[in-house]
Design a protein around this ligand. Structure first.
Ligand SMILES: N[C@@H](CCC(=O)N[C@@H](CS)C(=O)NCC(=O)O)C(=O)O
Length: 328
């Protein structure tokens, strides 16, 4: 774990000393947009036009933020149009790497050994965290975006003319509802599990834990009468929630101390997880080997031995029974 300072790699863990032990996630810095016609917006920088074969995603199969982009790529039928490389699940003093012997696909873009080389290839003097996902433009040789919430919106709408896939996970009529869910779920759940797991004081941990389970309780109750968060159709809010939920019992419950209960012990959340898991193509984006190896073997500050637990043994392919909520 580390970061770049003016293009040079430094091996440092998250600094919580100025925030009373609270983990604060840094904002992503590359925030450009792919559009249908490549229009650059008002700021005048070069635009990014949706084209088949031009863009590439660098992901970790372990990372819930990167997982959003893989899910959207799959649901929108973009596999043949946007290529992917996968980092090693083990992230230690060099940050994310492309070590093939540890399960990485290698880096087809620059044959880089380290993911931070992708950042300095885009911007020589980059300062900041070196995260996945990264959406890379092979034409301009630069990073379009390293913010998953924005990448999934681009994948949802910019490539429809190329794929013919018109499925809309961010429909205009549901945007207010989606925003309300995202605004609650991001701090309390997506980032909430990290706030619990990376807290370095008892108070910071307890605050995150309570907020997390309050939100999960509310969602479980909501899902008792709604198949998906906004009702009858899957939206980006479900995709964003799913990537945290699918990791919860295997990782966050133990490793991040989110252990009031397992998600499997809720009434409605387990069926909801399986419902999304069983959407076409989604199961193929879930890799528990990478997920478990990454968290348990990389966060040596939390798990110094790096030993990876064998359980839990949960069958996400078993029937979910949630079709009944559509007719209700
Ligand atoms: N806001 C970013 C966050 C991405 C992120 O934090 N990814 C984690 C992996 S789960 C990462 O790469 N962390 C490395 C680091 O912080 O040094 C997004 O949603 O894309």
């Amino acid at each position: 774990m580390g970061m770049l300072v003016e293009g040079k790699w430094h091996d440092v863990w998250y600094d919580t000393s100025g925030s009373k032990g609270r983990f604060i996630r840094e904002d992503a810095q590359f925030r450009n947009w792919i559009t249908v016609d490549g229009s650059a917006g008002d700021s005048g920088e070069a635009g990014f036009k949706a084209e088949s074969g031009r863009y590439h995603l660098c992901v970790s199969l372990a990372c819930p933020w990167a997982h959003r982009t893989l899910m959207m790529r799959s649901l929108k039928g973009l596999e043949a149009h946007i290529s992917v490389s996968v980092v090693s699940p083990i992230m230690l003093e060099h940050g994310w790497t492309y070590h093939r012997d540890e399960g990485s696909s290698g880096d087809p873009l620059h044959n880089a050994e380290f993911h931070h080389q992708i950042y300095t290839a885009a911007q020589e003097d980059y300062s900041g965290r070196v995260t996945v996902p990264v959406l890379w433009d092979k034409e301009q040789n630069t990073i379009v975006s390293n913010e998953s919430s924005e990448i999934i919106r681009m994948l949802n709408e910019a490539f429809n003319g190329i794929t013919g896939n018109q499925d809309d996970y961010y429909p205009v009529a549901l945007r207010d509802q989606i925003k309300q869910w995202n605004d609650r779920i991001y701090p309390a759940i997506n980032n909430g599990v990290y706030r619990a797991g990376f807290a370095t004081t008892q108070g910071a941990y307890e605050e995150a834990y309570r907020t997390l389970f309050d939100a999960l309780d509310d969602i479980d109750a909501h899902l008792g009468s709604h198949r998906y968060l906004t009702g009858e159709r899957v939206t980006e809010a479900d995709i964003r929630l799913f990537t945290t939920l699918i990791r919860f019992d295997a990782i966050y419950h133990g490793h991040f101390k989110c252990n009031r209960q397992r998600l499997e012990d809720y009434d409605h959340i387990p069926g909801y997880i399986r419902d999304i898991y069983q959407l076409p193509g989604v199961a193929d984006t879930v890799d528990f080997d990478h997920i478990k190896t990454h968290y348990y073997a990389s966060h040596r500050m939390i798990n110094p031995t790096g030993v990876v637990p064998l359980g839990p043994d949960i069958d996400y392919a078993r029937p979910h029974g949630r079709e009944r909520l559509i007719a209700a």
